[in-house]
Design a protein. Structure first.
Ligand code: C5P
Length: 400
């Protein structure tokens, strides 16, 4: 069921290949698609609406001005319903009409009113196909992201031989299936986000003000830009971005373990988490009582997740990006970390400035690399994350 729950409008126009549309609809339905057929007046000369209604199991749309059809499912509703509009066969006439932006029947109106992708399967005499105006129309539709499927070549109904045959129903079904296959991710990325919590006893911990917003915004931006994203998150109150794999952790040690096991599988690693540098040397089994006037907690160093991944000798070391949240001498500290942790890039911000950085919705960053730097001015974290991700991908592609 490769097309399960996919909603397809099949637009049939007046070409002899229309007789193959009953077969096309059956094959689409077999794969789980819900098909609604829209026919032009020309199409009805070649195959009957009754046939198409019977095979699709849905009423046929054939008029823009039909009150009963509009009452059942109006043309705008139908345009919004579709996941794909496929016009097969597509005559020179409908190709020219769509290119001109006409809306003089139900099918051309749907093409203007839908936000779904449109695919057309041209079918016409080989000379009409080769005509320069037809070629111009097809080229201009392609520029508008309308997919042109076919035509095939061979013997034509008129007796000519050449390009202009509608692709066979099974070829069209395969193209529809391919259309719905999610694109292969362009890169794999691992991002740490949020604070860590270092337990003192069963009820108390040491942590920081990180909200996780920047890391989550980066995860969202990375997905939008074609990444397969894994987010290792400390405790935050943020929803998981769509299509992102999220691994929840609490302590720095847990984050370290999760990140090191995932890092060899990815192309890019961004350490955006505000990892606690130290943790209590021992965690009391019982709640600590307030007996004394003062108390001392001995802290020991946490592993540095980013440095461990970045300095790993593995051939699968990802491209490594760090963050530096500083309150003074931002460039000096950021460049120090870039070198010490052997990073490819570091994004630094001054968290002492009110309204940016930690726990805020806005941020400004400066990106440093070995021989350069770039200021990314104050913006919403979501917007900044997209700019930053584009820069990271730019540097990543230059290096690989
Ligand atoms: O050394 P500092 O904590 O300032 O470095 C910040 C960068 O290192 C951030 O990218 C942070 O996610 C990462 N880091 C880490 N593990 C630590 C400490 C910091 O991955 N234990």
């Amino acid at each position: 069921m490769t097309l399960k729950n996919k909603k397809i409008i099949l637009g049939i126009t007046g070409g002899i290949a229309a007789y193959k549309c009953a077969e096309l609809v059956r094959r689409l339905k077999e794969r789980g698609a819900d098909v609604r057929v829209v026919m032009t007046n020309g199409a009805k000369q070649f195959i009957t609406p009754l046939t198409m209604q019977a095979v699709s199991g849905n009423p046929i749309g054939d008029s823009l001005l039909d009150p009963s059809a509009e009452a059942a499912m109006g043309h705008i509703e139908l345009a919004k319903w579709a996941d794909l509009v496929l016009i097969a066969p597509a005559t020179v006439n409908v190709i020219a009409a769509i290119n001109a932006g006409l809306a003089n029947d139900l099918l051309t109106t749907l093409c203007l009113a839908t936000s779904a992708p449109i695919a057309i399967a041209p079918a016409m005499n080989q000379q009409m196909y080769r005509a320069s105006v037809t070629q111009q129309n097809l080229a201009s539709l392609e520029l508008r992201d309308i997919r042109i499927w076919g035509p095939g070549s061979g013997e034509q109904a008129c007796g000519d031989v050449g390009l202009g045959r509608m692709l066979e129903p099974m070829q069209l079904v395969e193209l529809v299936e391919q259309h719905f296959v999610p694109p292969q991710p362009k890169f794999k990325i691992l991002i740490t986000a949020g604070p860590t919590r270092e337990a003192i006893d069963p009820v108390r911990y040491i942590s920081n003000h990180s909200s996780g917003k920047m890391g989550y915004a980066l995860a969202k931006a990375a997905h939008k830009l074609g990444g397969q994203v894994t987010l290792i998150s400390g405790p935050v109150s943020l929803a998981t971005p769509d299509n992102v794999e999220r691994i929840d952790v609490v302590s720095a040690q847990q984050m370290h373990q999760a990140a090191l096991s995932k890092a060899p599988e990815v192309d890019i690693f961004i350490g955006c988490a505000a990892v606690a540098d130290y943790r209590p040397a021992t965690i009391s089994d019982q709640k600590i009582k307030k007996n004394d006037d003062d108390m001392v907690i001995t802290m020991i160093k946490n592993p540095d997740i980013l440095a461990d991944i970045s300095t790993s000798a593995s051939a699968r070391r990802p491209f490594c990006v760090g963050f530096a949240a500083e309150t003074q001498d931002v460039e000096i500290y950021a460049r120090g970390k870039l070198q010490r942790k052997k990073l490819d890039l570091i994004a630094a911000n001054n968290v002492a400035i009110a309204g940016q950085g930690f726990n805020s919705d806005q941020n400004a960053l400066t990106l440093y690399w070995e021989n350069g730097q770039l200021d990314l001015p104050l913006a919403d974290k979501e917007q900044l994350a997209t700019t930053l991700m584009l820069e990271i991908l730019n540097h990543f592609h230059k290096k690989s």
